[in-house]
Design a binder for this molecule. Structure first.
Ligand code: F6R
Length: 610
């Protein structure tokens, strides 16, 4: 989703801003732009399309200055055109603003501004905000006050950075619902919507909270609320390395991240398993252990791939910890009137920790008195900071828009949480040890899958022109079927549906003919025979089966046209292995179709609008 970069310091900032924008490309965007104060005047260049197109303009018409802002836009209000791209300027060209989020009451403000004689060039809500600030500036003659007063009128969400030609030695940033981080360098400061744009300059950062504004100069910055109350901020350290933001020899971030899984699964467990006791120790949940044991109900809420992980968590916890679990789309949860009590525990799952719907669901859960816990990847993200307690999955920066290693990290974490709660309740030490052993083997087993991907590549080549796919699974692997289908849709633009295998005969079976590839996840577990019967039903109608089955399963070859094998593990952990071939299949199909795998059309990495 939209990316923000702002710079104030002593260097020429245009190349620096453009490079930082490149680091934000993974978030998904459709246009880009920069504004720099040059000789006390604002110079703006912006363009629909990729940052590379902006670079071409900036290279042919260089702008030089030491204060500037840059943006990658993901269109919400107004089509992705040059004019709608950010930065936006006011009518007098005194202010340039970049904005993430949505000004929900922009039409009301716009009409008022039009009555005051303002005219607009774009269709965006963001231009309305900069014009409002400009109008207020005419009255108060002070940059900071005008920004604060303007923001007080905004309903909705924003992360902004704004510069003013009349006060050229300042950069102002503010946030409400859309993340912003300030990087502290030597005689320079960088503002960005995520730390990946900052890490090559400095590791020292300050995270702005909702309702806060920062005024930056070359020598320092102040922070306060938009109601003018000073706030003292803590300086934090970025924990990831610049190498994590590079492709490391892989053609795409997605493939690199799929191949990192033996490590990331291990990292999710590191220091958290207690083999002798057959349990897990999760420091982040220590303070709430009793409430977890006593929980009358656990609610998981999340979006997209994180929601699929939560579904697997439901199966794990109900089976082993005998606690009722519900899984909710965060976007629905926040606008229902969910019935919650203080005895409920609500877990939110989020890779980015910034998903607007998930953050709102967390706030709603806490408002109703439930305990709000997080399973998050990005350290220091908004969700991580707002939960009562929680755990990081430690998957490292996930740059590919399609989530892969974060999914298996979430599943690993859910297995650890299940183990911890179940052992506090009724699970025997022997059974706990069996799960611990299963978990410890996962890095090696996932490595085995990844050591031979040619089979998947060949299948992808054969099915790359299919128009539809069906994905089937049962039990722990039903959510994996959903995930496989989502990934294929996202990056290859092939229509795909995920279904519980037995549910297929209640409708989707009508779609099956000799052109329909059906991917079935059928590992060796308690429910395998049932899934085999569902496969027979597909075969009887001519469907083409691609099976993900356990090594040594010879019977499956009788029914399936293609078989991808995964090593044996305990049923609860199979999704962590079975999803790997499905992510690979989606990847290779998308590559074979010539799609932009890391930045699929219309998608954003971190969905900070509802
Ligand atoms: C799918 C994908 C999305 C995200 C969803 C939630 O590949 O990436 O469906 O899973 O937008 O994002 P997070 O986990 O960051 O809250």
């Amino acid at each position: 989703m939209c990316g923000i970069v702002g710079y104030i310091g002593t260097k020429n900032c245009t190349p620096l801003i453009v490079n930082a924008l490149k680091r934000l490309e993974y978030r998904g965007y459709d246009s880009a732009g920069v504004a720099v104060i040059s000789h006390n005047q604002l110079q703006v260049q912006k363009k629909a399309g990729k940052v590379a197109e902006l670079v071409a303009i900036v290279d042919s018409h260089p702008i030089v200055g030491t204060v500037g802002i840059g943006h990658t836009r993901w269109a919400t209000h107004g089509a992705p055109t040059d004019i709608n791209a950010h930065p936006h300027m006011d009518q007098q060209r005194r202010f340039a603003l970049i904005h993430n989020g949505i000004v929900e009451n922009y039409m009301t403000i716009k009409h008022r501004l039009e009555r005051e004689g303002r005219t607009f060039t774009s269709q965006t809500d963001s231009e309305v905000l900069v014009q409002l600030i400009s109008l207020l500036y005419d009255k108060v003659h002070d940059f900071e006050t005008a920004v604060r007063l303007g923001l007080k009128e905004v309903e909705g969400a924003y992360g902004i950075a704004i510069i003013c030609a009349d006060e050229p030695d300042k950069l102002i940033a503010a946030r409400k619902g859309s993340p912003l981080v300030i990087g502290i360098g030597e005689d320079e400061f960088i503002v960005a919507s995520d730390a990946s744009a900052i890490v090559s300059h400095t590791r020292q950062v300050v995270y702005l909270e909702d309702g806060e504004i920062a005024v930056l100069t070359r020598t320092g910055f102040t922070t306060k609320t938009i109601d003018d109350v000073p706030v003292t901020k803590e300086v934090e350290e970025i924990t990831f390395d610049i190498e994590q933001l590079e492709k490391g020899g892989f053609p795409h971030f997605m493939l690199k991240e799929i191949h990192q899984q033996p490590e990331t699964i291990r990292d999710a467990m590191r220091g958290r398993l207690l083999p002798a006791e057959g349990t897990a120790r999760l420091g982040g949940l220590d303070s709430v252990k009793d409430r977890l044991r006593q929980a009358k109900r656990i609610v998981f809420t999340a979006c997209g791939t994180s929601w699929h992980a939560a579904l697997v968590g439901e199966y794990m916890l109900e089976h082993y910890a005998h606690v009722p679990v519900e899984v909710e789309y965060a976007s629905e949860f926040r606008y229902r009137n969910p019935v919650l009590s203080e005895e409920d525990v609500v877990f939110v799952l989020s890779q980015s920790g910034e998903t607007a719907d998930t953050l709102a669901a967390l706030r709603e859960a806490k408002r109703q008195g439930a305990l709000g816990l997080g399973i998050v990847n990005v350290v220091g993200s908004s969700i991580a900071r707002e939960t009562d307690a929680g755990v990081y999955i430690h998957a490292g920066a996930e740059i590919g828009v399609a989530s892969t290693k974060a999914f298996t990290g979430q599943l690993t974490m859910l297995a650890l949480i299940t183990l911890m709660i179940a052992r506090m309740k009724n699970l025997s030490v022997i059974e706990g040890q069996r799960i611990v052993e299963g978990l410890q083997l996962l890095p090696e087993l996932s490595k085995r899958i990844l050591s031979n991907t040619q089979n998947v590549e060949k299948i992808a080549e054969q099915f790359k022109d299919a128009r539809n796919f069906l994905y089937l699974g049962r039990g722990y692997n039903f959510p994996v079927a959903l995930e496989g289908a989502l990934k294929l849709k996202e990056i290859s633009y092939i229509h795909a549906e995920g279904y519980p295998a037995a549910e297929m005969k209640h409708g989707p079976i009508a779609l099956i003919d000799e052109n329909m590839p059906v991917v079935v996840v059928v590992p060796q577990d308690d429910i395998r025979e049932k899934v085999m019967s569902n496969i027979e039903e597909v075969r009887a109608r001519g469907g083409r089966i691609i099976a993900v089955a356990t090594e040594g399963d010879t019977d499956i070859h009788r029914l399936a046209e293609h078989v991808i094998t995964i090593p044996q593990t305990i049923p609860m952990l199979t999704p962590i292995l079975s999803v790997i071939p499905l992510h690979l299949l989606a990847y290779y199909i998308a590559v074979a179709r010539g799609c932009n795998v890391d930045q699929p059309r219309n998608l954003a990495k971190s969905v900070t609008v509802e």
